[in-house]
Design a protein around this ligand. Structure first.
Ligand code: 3PG
Length: 407
């Protein structure tokens, strides 16, 4: 159980420093899964950060074989890793082969020289990869059976897939000497710190478009009694405006099952919150193609809310300034549109300039930081993980982490 891991140092794992990788074949699990827009893979932090660890291994004269995925089978973002290879090539030298376990891939692995890097194709092209299996079962897969004998060491740098019990995540470390990469080290350190050294006042800033994703976190943290305030924004904040009866659901919302389920849950959470949940007092809407800020009690039925208003941002920023710990997930509004990025910008600015230890997580929030050009300071940690970040905040075991722990 994660709750038992108090230490911020990572003595329960082997790291790259524990291996002599020179001349050794290292199977390296990266997470370079990226946003795809119009078929084009976007260069994001995950690629940049993974490239740093890969470069270190290559500099140490390892033969690096990268295992990675892109998208999910059947979805539009399910692609080969050809574009990732091109993007990675702007940062490191590497070869790419559109094969994973076939003779061509195995031959290419065998031919690697010290310091060379080879990216294999999307591991999710193998049906075995995503089967719901235990580490021991995955270790018996053809995937692991074909590649593990060619490797000496397995390094996992993909915290963001650690919540998946997939072959490339749990199968290889079951049969090979295994450790964690630099990005994984960074992620684990910040998460452990935010969880086991929580200093009061602690606030959670929860926004984004999926209230159902953060309800579990709200319940969990309210029960743990470690949170002083939960400041809501985005669709999460709007849902609490409904739950408080400030906005009335219209016919459309009433016939939306997910909406009604969310509303019910938000009401239950409010009951257990002892007023620790705050919601916006003003919001930004679009009137005549322009941003207008209005108090929440004059929101009209069917009016779309695109951001929090100035008064809310100021009130929240004040709480952020006084906090010692801040955990943030989800943008405050539709930051992709210039007129509606103010709320997200102001909250991120308040977080990154406060003296509080802060942890910012979730793919959209870290993307918002880079879009808005907000730099993190020495107190700020940014997790590049989405699902794994959520699981961690819920203190659930992550199979990809458990399997890497030393006995
Ligand atoms: C992520 O983007 O969160 C990881 O790459 C995991 O992807 P998945 O949710 O498709 O397993």
């Amino acid at each position: 159980m994660i709750g038992g891991m108090i230490s911020e140092n990572l003595e329960d794992f082997l790291t790259i420093d524990d291996f002599d990788v020179k001349g050794k074949t290292v199977l390296f699990r990266a997470d370079i899964n990226s946003v795809v827009i119009d078929g084009k893979v976007q260069m994001k932090e995950r690629i940049v950060e993974n490239a740093k660890t890969i470069r270190e291994l290559s500099d140490k004269k390892a033969k690096v074989v990268i295992l990675a995925h892109q998208g999910r089978v059947g979805r539009e973002d399910f692609l080969t890793l050809e574009q990732h290879a091109e993007l990675l090539r702007t940062l490191i030298d590497l070869k790419y082969i559109d094969d994973i376990i076939g003779p061509a891939a195995r031959e290419a692995i065998k031919k690697l020289r010290a310091g060379e890097v080879l990216l294999l194709d999307n591991v999710r092209m193998l049906a075995e990869e995503t089967l719901s299996r235990s580490p021991e079962e995955h270790a018996r897969s053809i995937f692991v059976h074909k590649l593990a004998p060619l490797a000496d060491i397995y390094i996992n740098d993909a915290f963001s897939v650690a919540h998946r019990s997939h072959a490339s995540v749990v199968g290889f470390p079951t049969v090979l000497d295994a450790g964690i990469g630099r990005l994984m080290e960074k992620e684990l350190r910040s998460l452990r710190r935010s969880f086991h050294n929580i200093k009061s006042p602690c606030i959670y800033l929860l926004g984004g478009v999926k209230p159902e994703e953060v309800f579990d976190i709200m319940e969990h943290t309210l029960k743990r009694k470690k949170v002083n305030r939960i400041l809501t924004s985005g669709c999460v904040g709007t849902m609490f405006l409904y739950a408080r009866g400030i906005i009335e659901p219209g016919e459309e919302e009433k016939s939306d099952k997910q909406f009604m389920k969310n509303l019910e849950r938000a009401k239950q959470i409010l009951q257990m919150s002892d007023d620790r949940i705050w919601y916006p007092e003003d919001v930004a809407v679009e009137i005549g193609g322009k941003r207008e800020e209005i108090p929440v009690d004059v929101i009209k039925p069917k009016q779309h809310i695109y951001d929090i208003g100035e008064r809310t941002s100021e009130r929240y920023a004040g709480e952020i300034r006084d906090a010692k710990t801040v955990i943030m997930k989800g943008p405050a509004g539709f930051y992709e549109k210039k007129e509606f990025r103010k709320g997200t910008e102001e909250l991120l600015h308040a977080v990154s300039t406060s003296d509080a230890f802060s942890l910012i997580g979730g793919g959209h929030t870290s993307a918002a930081m880079s879009t808005l050009g907000i730099n993190k300071t020495k107190h700020t940690r940014v997790s590049l993980a989405g699902g794994a970040f959520l699981q961690y905040l819920l203190e659930k075991d992550l199979p990809g982490i458990e399997v890497l722990k030393r006995d």
